[in-house]
Design a protein around this ligand. Structure first.
Ligand SMILES: [Zn+2]
Length: 656
């Protein structure tokens, strides 16, 4: 690693140059070049976190132009430290007129906290132009050896959590009078916050930029993984991917928390998902590209590194086998077999559920690739019959795939060895993937699968006082989708509608005329579902009479905020309404502070708070004293909802 220092400008020289800049810009306002420091306005890092600093100058007069970088911290002028290359390129932009030039300093970092003002002076012949931005550097100093398990339900907004709870916790009449006998695992986590998910350019984000938010602490554009857009991105052409992908892989990068903790503090790192392991949410922990579609390059980066060299993870589990063992020059630019390379590097390779569950002594590292593409959903792995509006399962020949909770258990067993601290991301991916085509069964049962994985994380957290004091478990979503909870449906009513699928014909022309919504809601009933779980696997069979009724407004993501639940050390930091990028800084803060006062405050809050009301067994029948004890009759008998109910309701809500 080489450390370089540039531009030892004194403040005086800088001020003089700044004055020249002002004069030059005033004199030639109409022909001034475009200067850009390629960082978002609110760029934030922690101390010693790597990022790339790129300065772009477009419309300059001379390709011989030079740049001077000046860094001023709260204590005065600082040097710019960077551990990587200083790349200088020309002809980057999309304008054939005029010269352009870019300077990219790789692996810049600040060792001290505070606001840093970064200025770039471009000396273009006899003229000098300047541009400046500010960077917030927050202190990171490891305190203790704490681990983090982050569960992501892809698209798991509030309605998704609700649907999963209603289905999984209503079996055997456990959902009565609006109360559950037991809540979901993710509901039981003691702290809840809300995360805003906006991207750098959109109200509605995707899984790439949202993952980048919690892994790097920064927003980027939709589709981008841990990089910022630069001025040669237009040269990337997906139709000519291999010849042009360099322009999608050269963007200014930011180091992820997973990479930072491995490099700086020897943390073990892991990604576990039900999707292709090179898909956006797992890739966000360890890859860098402006387009998430470069799946083969993302897999290669897991092996070679992108911002740091070498293997990025100790545990990799999910689908996407083809990106590792079916590489060709045409599809990836190389013919490497990444499975055999990782095996040679010490990974134990498992290919199916039996092999995974046969592991009794945790290996040093695990590579588990259980399918090409995305793994099958829980509903299909359970061999349940899909509802008529959902497709038949297609296992692609991979009929022995593990469940997410099984993968999670082996991942934690592997990462926790030797009491080394670790950071692990576990994703329930098809909550999103099944929501896009409005497949409610595929989606809801995958949410249950994620909740069973959260159970594994919570059990590890609560192993003993030491793990409780040194582990943070989080559960959130990257973004929302448009699911709504409509109510309950009696499936014995002919043509009963269980799942209202979105149409392109919205807004509905009949709104407010006694025909609110998309369908006439045939079979809608009062009361609560009566799901059955005959085999006791806690996945209902979905053959019962009264079921949940849900609807989708669209087949895409939405811009709603998503819940974050937290348990363990530092959990109280996740209380409140905050930006998704704050999750990165809250995780970093948990690792770099004495969390004991926070944890004690949370324990006190729990001791005095109002708990979810869970009565003791109420209906124990006994007649030893001669009294005939009956089960308490319900206060209300559910009935089918009629058209008249809807008409009454619409009158009640009629707008003036
Ligand atoms: Zn999606």
């Amino acid at each position: 690693m080489k450390n370089q220092t540039i531009t030892k400008l004194t403040t005086t020289v800088f001020l003089i140059l700044t004055a020249i800049v002002g004069a030059a810009q005033t004199a030639r306002a109409q022909s001034a070049p475009t200067l850009r420091i390629v960082l978002p306005e609110r760029f934030r890092v922690i101390t010693n976190q790597y990022f790339d600093l790129r300065v772009e100058a477009e419309g300059i007069s001379h390709s011989t132009a030079r740049v001077l970088i000046n860094v001023e911290g709260e204590g005065g002028i600082e040097s710019l430290n960077f551990a990587g290359a200083n790349e200088i390129t020309t002809d980057n932009d999309n304008n054939p007129l005029g010269a352009d030039k870019a300077w990219t300093y790789r692996r810049v970092s600040f060792s001290t906290p505070g606001i840093k003002t970064v200025s770039a002076l471009v000396i273009d012949g006899r003229r000098v132009y300047g541009v400046a931005t500010q960077i917030s550097v927050q202190n990171f100093n490891l305190v203790g050896q704490k681990s983090i398990v982050l569960f992501i339900g892809d698209a798991m907004g509030t309605a998704y959590r609700d649907a999963s709870r209603i289905v999984s916790q209503s079996t055997a009449n456990r959902f009565r009078e609006g109360w559950f006998d037991e809540l979901q695992q993710m509901d039981k986590m003691p702290v809840t916050g809300m995360s805003m998910t906006y991207s750098l350019e959109n109200i509605v984000p995707d899984s790439a930029n949202t993952g980048s938010a919690w892994t790097t602490g920064n927003k980027t554009i939709n589709g981008a993984l841990n990089v910022f857009p630069d001025n040669n991105d237009f040269k990337y052409n997906s139709a000519n991917q291999q010849a042009t992908k360099q322009f999608a892989l050269d963007n200014p990068r930011v180091e992820t928390l997973w990479q930072f903790l491995k490099r700086r503090h020897g943390y073990k790192t892991g990604i576990v998902t039900t999707s292709d392991v090179a898909d956006a949410t797992p890739a966000a922990e360890g890859a860098h590209t402006i387009t998430r579609s470069l799946l083969k390059d993302i897999a290669r980066q897991y092996v070679d590194g992108s911002i740091n060299s070498g293997n990025q993870f100790d545990v990799i589990m999910g689908g996407g086998l083809e990106h590792f063992n079916a590489r060709t020059v045409a599809n990836s630019g190389d013919t490497r077999n990444l499975v055999t390379e990782l095996q040679a590097a010490g990974y134990t390779y498992v290919q199916n559920r039996n092999e995974l569950n046969a592991i009794t002594t945790p290996p040093a590292k695990i590579l588990g690739l259980f399918r090409t593409g995305n793994m099958n959903v829980a509903y299909d792995k359970l061999l349940l019959n899909r509802p008529p509006d959902e497709p038949m399962p297609n296992f692609g020949g991979f009929t022995n795939q593990p469940y997410l909770d099984e993968m999670t258990a082996k991942a934690i067993d592997t990462l926790k060895q030797g009491n080394a601290p670790f950071i692990l991301m576990v994703e329930g991916a098809s909550i999103d993937k099944q929501s896009h085509p409005n497949y409610a069964a595929g989606q809801i049962w995958d949410n249950i699968e994620l909740d069973k994985s959260v159970a594994v994380g919570r059990a590890f957290l609560n192993t003993n006082a030491q793990t409780l004091a040194n582990t943070l478990v989080l559960c959130t979503a990257d973004h929302d989708q448009s699911l709504s909870i409509i109510g309950a449906v009696d499936t014995q009513v002919p043509n009963a509608i269980q799942n209202v699928i979105s149409t392109l014909l919205y807004p509905n022309a009949n709104r407010g005329q006694g025909n609110v919504g998309i369908e006439n809601r045939v079979g809608e009933t009062q009361g609560f579902p009566d799901y059955q779980d005959a085999n006791g696997d806690r996945y209902p069979e979905n053959t019962n009479r009264i079921r949940i009724k849900v609807g989708y407004r669209t087949g895409d993501h939405t811009g709603s905020s998503v819940p974050v639940t937290a348990e363990g050390t530092g959990a109280l930091l996740f209380y409140g309404y905050f930006d998704q990028t704050d999750i990165f800084f809250k995780m970093a803060k948990t690792l770099s502070m004495n969390t004991q006062p926070l944890d004690e405050a949370l324990n006190y809050k729990r001791s005095v708070d109002v708990p979810y009301f869970t009565p003791a067994e109420q209906f124990r029948l006994k007649n030893s004293d001669g009294t005939i004890w009956m089960k308490n009759a319900p206060l209300h008998t559910p009935r089918l909802i009629t058209e008249q109910d809807h008409a009454d309701h619409d009158d009640e809500h009629k707008a003036n």
